[in-house]
Ligand binder design. Sequence first.
Ligand code: SF4
Length: 457
Amino acid sequence: MFHVKHPPHLLLINPWITDFAAYNFWVRPLGLLSIAGLLRKIGFRVTLIDCLDSVIKKREFGDGKFYKVKIEKPSPLKSIERNYSQYGIPEEMLLKKLSFIGEKPDLIGISSGMTYWYPGVFKLIEIAKKFFKEIPIVLGGIYATLCYEHAKRHSGADIVFNGRGESEVLRLISQLTRLEVNPDSLPAGASAQAGEFPNSQFAISNEDYPAFDLYPRLDYLCIATSRGCPLRCTYCGSKFLTNGFYRRDPLKVVDEIEYWTTQYQVNNIAFYDDALLIEPSYHFIPIMKGIIRRGIHCDFHTPNGLHIKEIDQEVADLLFQGGFKTIRLGLETSNEATQIETGGKVDNQDFKRAVRNLKRAGYSDEEIGVYIMVGLPGQRVGEVKESIAYVKEAGAKPILVEYSPIPHTPLFEKAKQMSPFDLENEPLFQNNSILPCQWEGFTLADCRRLKEELRRG
Ligand code: SF4
C-alpha cells in the first residue's frame, strides 16, 4: 500500500494530442477539472498540468492553433503521407512544471481523449513514471473507457479506470490514498448511479465548479449543462460514455456562468453538452433568459453540433440575443435513408426550418456552420456532394467532418467490416484523418478533392 501524507496531494495531468491535425476550439479537460473541484472540496491538495493549455495565433474568440512539434509517426501509420505532430505545450515546459511541483504527489491521475491519441498519453505516463517513481498512476478518460483492454495492456498505467461518474472516481481515490471518502454521502446529483452530474437537487456552491482557477490565465473555458443524450445515433459514443441523460438546474448554470464572467472576466465559453437543446422549454430557454435578464455579456460557442429539431424561432432568437457566436448544426447528411438508418435525429424539413429561423434571428450564411459527415461505412462520394449542395442551397455553411469509428457503437461493427484497417485491435486506425472506412466508392483522394472544392467555394 502507499504511504499517504495528510492532506493527500493529487497531481492531475491532461496529455498532449498526437495526430495529423488538431486545433484548439476552446479545449479544456472538463472531466478532470470537475474531479479536481470535488477533490479539493473534500480536502485534497490538487496540482494541475494541462499539456493542451496552449493557443498560438489566437483568434477573435480565443480559439487558435496549438503549439506543435513534428514527431515520428507510430509504425501502424507509417504509410500515411502526412506529417504527424505532438500538439500542446513543449516537452521542456512539462518537465519544468513537474520539477516545480515541490512535494511529491500521493497519486497521479491522467486523462485521455480520442482513442487514437494514445501515443501522447503513453509518453506522458512514461515521463511521469520516471519523474515520480513508485507513485501510482491512474489513467481515465475517453480512450481508457472505450479501449479499456488496450489501455490495460499497453499504457503502463498502474490502474486503468473505466468507470463513469465522480462517485466511482472518489471511491477509487479513497481506496488508493486510504483517505476515508464516502461517495454515498455526497449530495444526490454527485452520488447517483452514474449521475456524474449535479442535477437540480444538487445545490452547487462555487467550490463545486470545475477547478478552472488552477489555470494561470483563463481566456476561455467550457461548461456542460447536461451529460449524455437521450437520442441514439448509431455512430455516437455518448450512450456508452454516459449512462443516462442528466441535466443541471438552469438557474445554477446561469450562476456558474455569472461567476466565471464576473470573477474571472472570462469572455468566451464553449458549451460541451451533447444535447444542449433537448426539451428547450425546461432547460435552454430558462438558461438563456437568465443570462439575458442578469445582463451577462459573454461570447458563447457550441463546437458540438446542436439538435436541429429543437431550433424554433424562440430558440433561434435566444441563441442570437444571448451571444452565441459560433453555432454548429449536426445535420451529418441530407440523404434521408442515411438519416433514418443512423438514428433519425433530424430530417431535411427540420433543417430548412432551423436555418430559416436562425436567419430571421440575425445569423448570416457564414455563421451557420453545418456538420456533414464524410466517409461513413459504405457511403459514396455522391452523397456528400449532394449534402454540401443541399446545405449551401439552404443558405448555410457546410463543414466536412470525417467519420471516426467509435468502439462500442452500433456502427462500429459495420465499420470493421467495411474498413481496410484493423479497427478492432489498433485504435490508431480509428483516426478520422486517415478516412478509416475508405473504399473504391469513396477514397482519400475523393475526400481531399471535396475539401479543396469547398475551400475554393
Ligand atoms: S444526437 Fe448527437 S449526442 Fe445524441 S446520440 Fe446523436 S450524435 Fe450523439
